[in-house]
Design a binder for this molecule. Structure first.
Ligand code: NAD
Length: 284
């Protein structure tokens, strides 16, 4: 049996949080967008307005739908404002203790059967769920960047997740127009585990001088039909983010393919974080 969802809470209004709020509101839900400071939540809402405006320019969104979607989104810096939500999706920074703390607090604020989901790209959903009361209503909802354009939603079943929770988040994802895959909780799930393996190996190949970043990316794009090369993708996601996930997967799985190469560590230490810092494997 799935739970009916009218009100959605989003915790963290950064890259992913604002995208999740966007697609939830566009699909007709009322959304409360929370961040630690009101300005941050408002900034997230401005990014949604900008993306919707682009949609209108391209003729993909009507001005009426844009206005209605924006009117459904409220912003807050008070976590308790999420109390009426039947589904809360957490998109705060990738730190286990922080996410656990949020799930403990959300358990006190929300109804006992409200679904609490995390957008974590690699952390253990089972450990996150352990911090919640009624952990059977916790699941992973791993969206992809940019959320309003990427079709995939990776659903993660924690050890504690109930069938009803999984069915509800699946139905919700489909209502947002996403195609879902379901994976059991394991480090890096299905997507990040493969993506990071390819990314780390590509960096190792640059380090060894096998080929230039451009040619390594071309090999995957032209030879394997990837829309973006592994080094371009590393620049887009952020070298620091990929380093952290690589270290975590190596620690958890012990497979040397995940061990971050020295070159990646040096680039992060030098502040070359990719697109967001203006330089990574490419210049922006
Ligand atoms: P981000 O840094 O862009 O956004 C994080 C937001 O969380 C910021 O606005 C920050 O102010 C806010 N925040 C900080 N402390 C908080 C707290 N205590 N409570 C609530 N919010 C808090 O990060 P992001 O890239 O949006 O990543 C968020 C999550 O999504 C992470 O778990 C990440 O692994 C995951 N993810 C990221 C991507 C990606 O491509 N960036 C893709 C899939 C999943």
């Amino acid at each position: 049996m799935t739970i009916s969802i009218t009100d959605v809470g989003v915790v963290g209004a950064g890259t992913m949080g604002h995208g999740i709020a966007h697609v939830a509101a566009a699909a007709g839900h009322r959304v409360v967008l929370y961040d630690v400071k009101r300005e941050l939540a408002e900034k997230g809402k401005s990014s949604i307005a900008a993306n919707l405006a682009k949609g209108v320019e391209k003729g993909k969104v009507t001005p009426e739908d844009r206005d209605a979607a924006l009117a459904r989104i409220s912003t807050t810096e008070v976590l308790a404002d999420l109390r009426r939500c039947q589904l809360v999706i957490e998109a705060a920074p990738e730190k286990l203790e922080l996410k656990q703390q949020l799930f403990t607090e959300l358990s006190k604020i929300c109804a006992p059967d409200a679904i609490l989901a995390s957008n974590t790209s690699s952390l253990s959903l089972t450990e996150i769920a352990a911090a919640a009361t009624n952990p059977e209503r916790v699941a992973g909802m791993h969206f992809f960047n940019p959320v309003h354009l990427m079709k995939l939603l990776e659903l993660v079943r924690a050890y504690q997740t109930s069938d009803a929770t999984l069915e509800t988040v699946k139905a919700f994802g489909e209502k947002l127009g996403k195609q879902t895959i379901t994976v059991k909780d394991s480090p890096g799930f299905a997507s990040s585990r493969l993506g990071i393996a390819l990314g780390m190996e590509a960096v190792r190949m640059v380090e060894e001088g096998v080929a230039s970043p451009e040619d390594i990316d071309r090999a995957m794009k032209l030879g394997y039909g990837h829309p973006m090369g592994p080094l371009e993708l590393t620049d887009l996601v952020g070298l620091d983010v990929r380093l952290a996930i690589g270290e975590y997967l190596y620690r958890e799985l012990g497979n040397p393919v995940f061990r971050p190469p020295q070159l990646l560590k040096k680039m992060v230490r030098a502040g070359r974080l990719g697109k967001k810092s203006g330089q990574g494997f490419y210049k922006y």
